[in-house]
Design a protein around this ligand. Structure first.
Ligand SMILES: Cc1cc2nc3c(=O)[nH]c(=O)nc-3n(C[C@H](O)[C@H](O)[C@H](O)COP(=O)(O)O)c2cc1C
Length: 172
């Protein structure tokens, strides 16, 4: 290959991490559970899967509290964050020192059709019931059947790129 950095097979995990750092993504918080049992996690591993039926997927670390909450509740909500929600992203990425239900404190939430909490000022909140779960190494791929969607089309997304949060640039 002619690109400036090449990671041969023994270093391929490092190479993948470096490559993924340079993928610009929307930032979501995946939530599940109710009241004191609610949990959340900042995640970029989110995509739609099909429209027939309407399904999405999220990849969640099996070792964390959010994984247990999604498994127990059988639901999750994908909260797509807007550009001024870096504090929400930081809270659910474990950057503030808060854990568990305390990570929801200071932010406004509404209960969705599935029962999962939706962030009141999200760009989009996609409420799902768990349709399937596939183990993939350290993570589970949760497939969600979409039950309810709320969007605010006037908001612009929070992006993650190269270990930092960014705003969307001007349209080209
Ligand atoms: C920008 C960003 C994206 C992330 N994406 C994911 C993801 O898609 N899936 C995941 O399991 N963890 C992801 N993480 C890591 C979790 O947010 C983090 O490990 C978790 O909040 C730590 O929670 P814990 O201390 O309860 O394990 C991401 C972190 C950041 C900062």
């Amino acid at each position: 290959m002619t690109m400036p950095m090449l990671y041969p097979r023994p270093d391929v995990a490092e190479g993948l991490k470096a490559a993924m750092r340079h993928v610009a993504s929307s930032v979501t918080v995946i939530t599940a559970g109710r009241g004191a049992a609610r949990r959340g996690i900042t995640a970029t591993a989110f995509t739609s899967v099909t429209m027939e039926p309407p399904t999405v997927l999220v990849c969640i670390n099996r070792g964390g509290a959010a994984h247990e909450a999604i498994t127990r509740a059988g639901h999750f909500c994908v909260n797509v964050l807007c550009e001024d929600a870096t504090d929400v992203a930081a809270s659910f990425a474990g950057m503030t020192g808060k854990t568990g239900a305390d990570q929801f404190e200071g932010f406004e939430w509404v209960e969705t059709a599935s029962g999962a909490p939706a962030y009141a000022y999200a760009q989009a909140a996609i409420s799902c019931s768990v349709a399937a779960c596939h183990v993939a190494g350290s993570h589970s791929i949760f497939i969600g059947q979409v039950e309810e969607v709320a969007i605010d089309p006037d908001r612009t997304p929070l992006l993650h790129f190269n270990r930092g949060f960014h705003r969307l640039g001007a349209r080209r």
